[in-house]
Design a protein around this ligand. Structure first.
Ligand code: PLP
Length: 421
């Protein structure tokens, strides 16, 4: 295995006067430094949500890669169209059908991961000062991308049923009265990153009603929908939108969680005029998504056993979630609460308000456990006493140990505070 190079040494930044304003919004360097430690093997990491790629059959993958080069090297090693590799689109149409979304190849564009899909959408929709709406807490990768286009981000809290649609309606009405156009609403509908929450059917319907009434679109980001461990799946916003023929949902997904993130393949399903704009944006972003990885993904989805891998992933993540929930229940102080996701990668933790998860992280890392503090998932400084715990990365034994360590760190902090309160 090739070892990572040593991390970069940050010295005095002589170039500060040259950077664009958008760089001001990037993740605070203390958290970044602490989290970079979480890549060390001695640290039990609940920080990054890494998919368990080791569950894949590497021998089979080797065959797919060989075929991609041997049979089809002229295509795999060449530039592709910015639309994406058509045969892979045909496979993705089948994948989406399994989730209840019936579209065809012309309705989608393949992107370099879901992250690029988010960034391209922000690029084509946002002028500085435009208003967008997100859930609170929301996916940091999306927030950071949005921020770089300098919009005003309005965040609406989530509860156990997803985004609070009554509050959303009040905000939309207020903005409407001020003649302010909301450019889009961004939402992760299933087992959200970071909250683990799934938007209920009632709220999904209400969201669609509101987007229509206030003449905006919804970006539905669904990387985790196929990783449901229990309960009944809920129709996606896109499926409901297609049935209503409203054309107000832009759908994003990715192969990162159902196959492997190293391929960097995602996709966007949207009304055709929007896809036209995305197509042009791709041409200035990266010309096209990697022909080689798209060709490999095509091989992967041509082998029906890919569905067995989803079942395997579900078994693995379900066991890890159960282990984490049990350990939390057994070891955490009763003042703490957490979400109970029915799928995906994440549990959202809330501690008493006097605690600061950024401060606790330093102690946790000293004790060899890492997580992500809550503030990075909000745009307004909230989340100080909250944190995201990912259960996807570590095996059950390390999860149990890590949660017990974290419980002790938190309890020690609490008793210290109680002494002085
Ligand atoms: C909600 C959400 N959207 C998008 C992404 C980006 O995924 P990728 O770029 O690997 O497809 C992630 C990754 O964690 C995510 O959690």
């Amino acid at each position: 295995m090739i070892q990572e190079k040593k991390s970069r040494k940050i010295t005095f930044d002589y170039w500060k006067h040259l950077y664009a304003h958008r760089t001001n919004n990037m993740l605070s360097s203390e958290i970044r430094d602490l989290l970079s430690l979480s890549a060390r093997p001695d640290i039990i990491s609940f920080a990054g949500g890494l998919p368990e790629v080791r569950a894949l059959n590497y021998q089979k993958l080797e065959r797919y890669i060989k075929r991609a080069v041997k049979i089809d090297g002229d295509v795999s090693l060449q530039y592709g169209t910015s639309e994406g590799y058509y045969p892979l689109k045909t496979k993705l149409v089948e994948v989406m059908k399994m989730e209840g979304i019936e579209v065809n190849e012309e309705d989608m564009i393949i992107t370099t991961g879901g992250q690029q899909a988010i960034d391209l959408l922000a690029k084509i929709f946002l002028n500085p000062g435009d208003v967008i709406i997100v859930e609170a807490p929301s996916y940091t990768g999306a927030l950071n991308s949005f921020k770089s286009y300098e919009p005003e981000i309005v965040s609406i809290p989530v509860d156990k049923d997803g985004i609070k649609t009554q509050q959303l309606e009040d905000v939309l009405e207020e903005l409407y009265k001020k003649n302010t156009q909301v450019k889009f609403i961004y939402i992760v509908t299933n087992f959200s990153n970071p909250s683990g929450v799934t938007t209920s059917l009632e709220r999904r319907r209400k969201l669609l009603d509101l987007a229509k009434k206030y003449n905006t679109v919804i970006i539905e980001d669904n990387p985790y929908g196929m990783l449901r461990f229990e309960g009944k799946s809920i129709p996606s916003l896109k499926e409901l939108d297609l049935k209503r023929n409203d054309q107000i949902v832009i759908y994003i997904s990715t192969l990162s969680k159902i196959f492997a993130p190293g391929l960097r393949i995602g996709w966007i399903v949207a009304p055709h005029p929007i896809l036209e704009k995305i197509n042009i944006a791709i041409q200035s972003a990266d010309l096209c998504t990697s022909s080689l990885t798209q060709r490999i993904a095509y091989e992967y989805f041509s082998d029906p056993t890919w569905k067995e891998n989803i079942e395997k992933f579900i078994r693995i993540y379900r066991e890890r979630r159960d282990t984490m929930l049990k350990a939390l229940e057994e070891s955490f102080p009763e003042e703490a609460t957490w979400s109970k996701p029915e799928g995906g990668f994440f549990i959202w933790l809330k501690l008493p308000e006097y605690l600061n998860t950024k401060e606790i992280l330093a102690d946790a890392v000293t004790n060899k456990v890492a997580y992500v503090p809550g503030t990075g998932f909000y745009v307004d400084g909230r989340g100080k006493n909250e944190a995201r715990l990912s259960f996807s990365t570590e095996g059950p034994e390390r999860i149990e140990r890590g949660i017990n360590i974290l419980a002790k760190v938190i309890k020690d902090k609490m008793s210290l505070y109680k002494k002085f309160l």
